[in-house]
Design a binder for this molecule. Structure first.
Ligand code: NAD
Length: 331
């Protein structure tokens, strides 16, 4: 293992789905990792294995608190900012809290990082920034109008990061994540993402409900591709590759119907009863865009990104993980 222990990375939201996978990867690469999380939607169990590692530090705190952000960035070289309240429906239900965390909390982290002389600030942006633009594939420079409070907060993040680059000379990179899925993504709760939610429903022998006719499509992106993008964003030394945003996706799209059928097929390898469970169709959901497909050309050209997992390969891995962790998930 490389000795990167003199390089400290702050991962905000490190107890969440994507954040805990980033903690895992960068610890494996020999870095010192600080996780800042208030466990709003993240879990202690996601980071329990890291607590014994002397290179791992947990700061339990809230990014809405400036002093906490200032404390967390001490001695930090890179920030991977993941902390936010995800989910479009959550932001429709409570736009004020989403804004406080996703915008004010983001700004607190930017200011604290600037003042502490952090080398680079890499942050979780979102494909929701494409809003009502119907162009496919999505290219970074062509966006539409936001369709939800959540999308506004994520776009504001990009605007602030851009201003901090031009005004204070801070290095920033935004990663527009497209429907990420994989190990440790929470299957429970009203705001669960579609893949883990359907996995649990199938495992409980319940019919999953597709919003709409199943012909909406998404560029479902396996977590390991997202980890690779974060590593590339953090490590790039090309001046033209920083102070910009990148689609973070596989670069292909799958309809909801095909996703659910493939999921059922993979799960039925573990439990044959699942093959017989019918899929139910419900009304479309507010704020959902019909199709989403990323161009990954910019990430390939400027960062050397090469996604390692197709949707089907990633889904197989995810299903195996959920199956092996079913007893803990049902607790
Ligand atoms: P997640 O909910 O699992 O992780 C978010 C983490 O942030 C949680 O651990 C949560 O406890 C923490 N957090 C929330 N509010 C906080 C606060 N005030 N202070 C400190 N910590 C706080 O979600 P995720 O899917 O891992 O998402 C990570 C990031 O990626 C988010 O910024 C999200 O908006 C973005 N994103 C995710 C997807 C996706 O498909 N999962 C897509 C686009 C963008």
């Amino acid at each position: 293992m490389q000795d990167n222990s003199n390089i400290k990375i702050l991962i905000t939201g490190g107890a969440g789905f994507i954040g805990s996978n980033l903690c895992d990867y960068f610890l494996t690469q020999g870095y010192a990792v600080v996780c800042l999380d208030n466990f709003a939607t993240g879990f202690r169990k996601n980071i329990t294995p890291f607590l014994e590692n002397p290179r791992f530090e947990l700061i339990e705190g809230d990014i809405r608190d400036k002093a906490t952000c200032e404390r967390a960035v001490q001695g930090v070289t890179y920030v991977l900012h993941q902390a936010a309240l995800g989910s479009v429906p959550r932001s429709i239900q409570d736009p004020v809290t989403s804004n406080e965390v996703n915008v004010s909390g983001f700004l607190n982290m930017l200011v604290a990082s600037r003042d502490a002389g952090v080398k680079r600030f890499v942050y979780a942006a979102s494909s929701s920034t494409y809003g009502d633009s119907e162009a496919l594939p999505k290219v970074e420079e062509v966006i539409g109008k936001p369709l939800s409070p959540y999308a506004i907060t994520k776009y504001v993040n990009e605007l602030y990061a851009g201003i901090f680059s031009t005004t204070y000379g801070m290095e920033t990179i935004g990663l527009r994540y497209f429907n990420v899925f994989g190990r440790r993504q929470d299957p429970a709760g009203a705001y669960a993402a579609v893949i883990p939610k359907f996995v649990m429903q199938f495992m409980n022998h319940e019919s999953p409900v597709i919003n709409g006719d199943g012909q909406f499509s998404r560029d479902f992106t396996y977590i390991d591709n997202v980890v690779q993008m974060n590593a590339l964003a953090l490590q790039t030394t090309r001046p033209e590759a920083v102070n910009t945003v990148y689609n973070t996706a596989y670069g292909d799209r799958t309809t909801l119907q095909d996703m659910v059928y493939l999921l059922r097929t993979y799960l039925a390898e573990y439990d044959p009863v699942i093959a017989q469970i019918p899929v139910v169709y419900g009304p479309p959901r507010a704020g959902d865009i019909p199709h989403s497909l990323a161009s990954i050309e910019k990430a390939q050209r400027l960062l050397g990104y090469q996604p390692q997992f197709s949707f089907a390969q990633g889904l197989k891995e995810a299903v195996a993980w959920y199956w092996n962790h079913l007893p803990q998930l049902k607790k």
